[in-house]
Unconditional design. Structure first.
Length: 283
């Protein structure tokens, strides 16, 4: 049975393509959200945040047991571990139904969940995006090809470190693209001066407030950050990634024009990965 009706699908698709994000309400029910909250709290208490991740808070990668069994270089640590709950989140039936309703087609899901938890008084996160295929014409698709699926375990707002984004920056070059360091590199992780563009309150930014259990979908190309957590409670996000419409695939529901470089895309051609947008991304 569909979770989203036709009008809701149209709204969420349009928002995801035009703004780079959308929030689907109530995908996790209260019982499952509460269970994941209790589980994650226990995990965080046993593995407190590392100072080197002070902008993210906790940064714990929870692998499916199947993926962990196939590991080559992974070693058990306070930030890398297997747990049966990873598969339960990745394969959650309501989430799968939402993806089906949205017409995402065949998806390739990352086999781990990232636990990002801001403790009280945690710093804001810097402006960045999470895309690495900027050299390819595929970076110009109107639809997402790499998508994050996130669930906050408490209601979020500016006081406890909610998400903030630059709407439309997944498809249009924004001034911040040329003012911020390479995402997640040591340069930005070691920054102590938070007064520059990397941590700025940019006028184009908007806050994305979500309720516990809402599914927050974000295009990997979108510039985003978070506020600091000035509340007295931790603010936890469970984050997953999916690849969709790979190798030049065009959504069957797409009816618009394609950018010229995308029309000539050779799905077999490989491009050097980069975290920094190049000349293909224009204002």
């Amino acid at each position: 049975m569909p979770f989203l009706d036709a009008q809701q699908v149209k709204f969420h698709r349009q928002q995801l393509m035009e703004l780079g994000y959308t929030v689907v309400k109530g995908v996790w029910n209260e019982d499952f959200t509460s269970e994941m909250r209790d589980w994650s709290n226990t995990l965080i208490d046993k593995n407190p945040p590392d100072e080197k991740f002070r902008f993210q808070g906790s940064d714990i990668h929870i692998f499916t047991e199947d993926r962990w069994d196939r590991r080559v270089h992974l070693e058990l640590s306070s930030t890398r571990m297997p747990d049966a709950n990873a598969a339960r989140m990745i394969d959650h039936p309501t989430q799968a139904q939402v993806c089906k309703d949205m017409g995402f087609g065949l998806t390739s899901a990352q086999e781990w969940v990232i636990l990002l938890s801001k403790p009280p008084d945690a710093l804001q996160c810097y402006w960045h995006q999470d895309y690495t295929n900027w050299n390819s014409p595929e970076s110009l698709t109107p639809w997402p090809t790499v998508l994050s699926l996130g669930y906050y375990l408490s209601d979020t707002n500016r006081s406890n470190g909610c998400l903030r984004v630059i709407p439309g920056s997944h498809r249009r070059r924004h001034e911040l693209h040329d003012l911020i360091p390479t995402p997640h590199d040591s340069e930005v992780q070691q920054m102590t001066d938070l007064s520059g563009p990397t941590f700025s309150e940019h006028p184009d930014a908007i806050d994305i407030e979500a309720s516990a259990g809402d599914l927050v979908l974000v295009d990997a190309r979108l510039l985003h950050s978070t506020w600091d957590n000035i509340s007295e409670e931790r603010r936890t996000l469970l984050l997953m990634w999916q690849r969709i419409f790979q190798d030049g695939a065009i959504p069957p529901w797409w009816e618009g024009e394609l950018p010229i470089p995308l029309r000539n895309l050779d799905p077999q051609e490989k491009y050097e990965e980069t975290k920094t947008p190049g000349d293909l991304l224009r204002p």
